[in-house]
Design a binder for this molecule. Structure first.
Ligand code: SF4
Length: 337
């Protein structure tokens, strides 16, 4: 029999006179008693702030790790993937809006206790779990409890990076890899399309990198919104200068969705140009996603150019690796097997 959803107290909040102040993400919502935060994941009760979406699971699937996307982390493996509801960004082009925009309680979910979720994951013979599909940062308490329940599980977050530094550092301690969306490289784009600030996301990427969690970045290229050569170049140069040229970057193809249905699919040439610009800026691992173009999603040795992993869709062949070194020139690569 499924267990009952507990009234779990939220972390990172303070009580004010007749409301609560949530400190989980930079929105810092003021939540009145009987009210909810902007993400829908926190509810003000008379006595405590409640992590309202705790354990409410909307989606479970076993996916190829490449679908997250993570290309340099355990390539060709599968990962138990789970999502809840709600998000702290409000992207007009969200491709998962059925669950991300759903206020907590209104979307059909099932409650899985941390023990039950770990049990499901292990019963699929999986040793890795991804919190994905909707925004995991707002599931902070649940993720921490799942990790505590089974410390041997490899934990991955696929996130928009909108979190305050304290909770993010906590999550880094229990995570082995993260993919962070950098959705554009101007604050105007972030404010207009996503309802957040670019600087907060960049700051999170720096924190994750500093914490030595394996990091990959995804940049969804939207025609007319974030696809100028100048913007794409500045993004790649920022990765090189503020993180490292070794951080893998994915340029992925936009398709019309949610409120942005009047925009066309990203032309393949734009994505290939973004990849060229990133390589020219000095990044070592640059991929084009959502496109079946020979070579565009392959991993090359940055030293000798040898193809080390070939990919076409979710077909993955490891062809030039010896452990985590290039089998041709022996360079140590930023790949975790
Ligand atoms: S986590 Fe949710 S409730 Fe808390 S500050 Fe962010 S949007 Fe507001």
């Amino acid at each position: 029999m499924a267990s009952i959803n507990p009234r779990k107290e939220a972390a990172y909040y303070t009580r004010e006179e007749d409301s609560y102040s949530c400190g989980l993400c930079p929105h810092r919502c003021r939540i009145p008693v009987d009210g909810y935060g902007r993400c829908g994941s926190r509810r003000g009760d008379a006595d405590i702030l409640v992590a309202y979406s705790y354990g409410k699971v909307s989606s479970i699937c076993v996916d190829p790790i490449e679908k997250k996307p993570l290309y340099n982390f355990r390539p060709r493996s599968r990962i138990f993937s789970v999502g809840g509801i709600g998000c702290n960004m409000f992207c007009k082009h969200c491709q998962n809006y059925a669950i991300s925009m759903s206020p907590s309680g209104k979307k059909r979910t099932t409650y899985e206790s941390p023990e039950e979720l770990v049990g499901l994951c292990r019963s699929e013979r999986m040793d890795a779990i991804a919190f994905t599909y909707n925004e995991p940062m707002i599931w902070y308490e649940y993720i921490m409890d799942v990790a505590e329940c089974d410390p041997d599980l490899t934990c991955v977050l696929v996130t928009n990076g909108l979190a305050e530094e304290g909770p993010l550092r906590d999550l880094c301690k229990v995570s082995s890899a993260m993919n962070i969306d950098v959705k554009g490289f101007t604050d105007g784009f972030y404010m207009k399309v996503c309802g957040a600030h670019l600087e907060d996301v960049l700051s999170s990427a720096k924190t994750v990198h500093e914490e030595k969690v394996h990091l990959e970045l995804t940049y969804l290229v939207i025609p007319g919104y974030n696809d100028s050569e100048d913007e794409l170049t500045r993004f790649s140069e920022w990765v090189r200068d503020e993180l490292s040229g070794e951080v893998p970057v994915h340029f992925t193809r936009f398709h019309p969705d949610n409120e942005l249905t009047d925009i066309q699919w990203t032309p393949v040439e734009t994505l290939m140009r973004a990849q060229d610009l990133a390589f020219e800026a000095g990044l070592s691992y640059v991929y084009v996603g959502n496109v079946l173009n020979q070579g565009a999603a392959d991993t090359y040795c940055p030293e000798c150019g040898n193809v080390v992993i070939k990919r076409l869709g979710y077909m993955v062949d490891i062809v030039g690796l010896d452990g985590t070194r290039c089998s041709n020139c022996r360079k140590a690569l930023n790949i975790i097997i």
